[in-house]
Ligand binder design. Structure first.
Ligand code: G3H
Ligand code: 13P
Ligand code: ZN
Length: 356
């Protein structure tokens, strides 16, 4: 069995200077696509499920699906992660269903819309850290609110994302707050707000430092050199996938994502988990549109879901390679969560801070 905690996986990534892509799952085809890609390049995997995914696929089905993937690919370490947990209860039920890691996103209140004060974020995140570490599972926290620096707006995919307009003070992680947050919560990984946002419409031009604030990553890493940083909203929104979608009847206005070279710069600055969902969605939709446009009489879903899976597999493989995760799966020996729990108790996993 190769389930692994996020903490053990990201500790390995930090030691060897790579990052692990975290791909979102909703169904079997996506699960097979990411595992087949990982298998092809010997990479460990972070599979993450949003609240929307859990509602769509159902917890019991998701659990069985992950069990099946772990059984089919026993040599690939799999971290099963809750993406954007909105409350302690969401994180608790994820752990109950076999997740080895949870994100407690206390940057927003439990309605997943209202920006939350620092003290609220610390309180809910600390509660989840206590609960998760008791059983050896890991916790990702977030400090700063994800949103677009060009417009000041968030996005509300799956109802998660603030409404209205925020200033840069809230849209960019404050490095001092990040230090205080890690000290108070002892999270295993920290999501940084730096101008990335979810979905396909991140930037209206190729991003420069004004709208993609990589300097925030640099500043946080200087203060927290031992904390694993997480980039959300990190799809690159590839031009070729935009073109395929539009060529086969889609209507996507021109848009820009996060350039791979910026993510690779982030990896040199302590980024260890990179969230990618939109690129996989686009790959699948492009493939489905192509089949159904070229074969309008097709009524066998396998004839378009198969190509969709293959298109997503290609994206996953590319990200494993680009983030340096390829080649590492067989070097990791996943510890049972009970062993991770003992490591937390011993204090060996407590956060470390740069000298003032
Ligand atoms: O958090 C954003 C991910 O792309 C998941 O999206 O909430 O629609 O499943 P979702
Ligand atoms: P993208 O929408 O850029 O793929 O980001 C996904 C994400 O951050 C999930 O938490
Ligand atoms: Zn996210």
């Amino acid at each position: 069995m190769a389930r692994i905690s996020l903490r053990q996986l990201l500790d390995h990534a930090a030691e060897h200077g790579y990052a692990v892509p975290a791909f979102n799952i909703n169904n079997m085809e996506q699960g097979l696509a990411m595992m087949e890609a990982a298998d092809a390049v010997n990479a460990p995997v972070i599979i993450q499920a949003s609240r929307g995914a859990r509602a769509y696929a159902h917890d019991v089905m998701l659990k069985a699906l992950i069990d099946a993937l772990v059984e089919m690919f026993p040599h690939i370490p799999v971290c099963m992660h809750q993406d954007h947990g909105n409350s302690e209860a969401t994180c608790a039920t994820a752990l109950h269903h076999g997740f080895t890691s949870v994100m407690m996103d206390g940057s927003l209140k439990a309605d997943a819309k209202t920006p939350a004060p620092f003290d609220y974020n610390v309180r809910v995140t600390r509660a989840v850290v206590d609960m998760a570490h008791w059983i050896g599972a890991s916790v990702e926290g977030e400090i700063g609110v994800l949103g677009n620096l060009e417009t000041g707006m968030g996005e509300k995919e799956d109802g998660h994302g603030f409404e209205g307009i925020l200033g840069h003070d809230q849209l960019l992680t404050n490095p001092d707050e990040a230090v205080a947050f890690v000290r108070a919560t002892e999270v295993d990984a920290l999501a940084i707000a730096m101008g990335t946002s979810h979905g396909a419409f991140k930037f209206t031009r190729k991003p420069d430092g004004d709208i993609l604030a990589m300097h925030v990553i640099e500043a946080v890493h200087a203060r927290l050199p031992n904390t694993h940083l997480v980039m959300h909203g990190s799809s690159t929104v590839p031009q070729d996938l935009q073109d395929i979608i539009n060529q086969y009847g889609g209507e996507m206005p021109q848009t820009w994502g996060v350039p791979i070279e910026e993510i690779q710069r982030g990896i040199k600055l302590g980024v260890r988990k990179v969230n990618v969902d939109t690129d996989n969605r686009m790959a699948m939709v492009g493939a489905i549109r192509k089949v159904l446009t070229e074969h309008p009489g097709e009524i066998d879903p396998r004839k378009f879901l198969g190509p969709a899976q293959a298109a997503m597999r290609a994206v996953c493989r590319q990200r494993f390679e680009e983030f340096g995760a390829a080649g590492h799966a067989d070097k990791i020996k996943p510890l049972p969560l009970s062993a991770m729990a003992a490591r937390y108790v011993s204090g060996e996993l407590s956060p470390k801070f740069a000298a003032a």
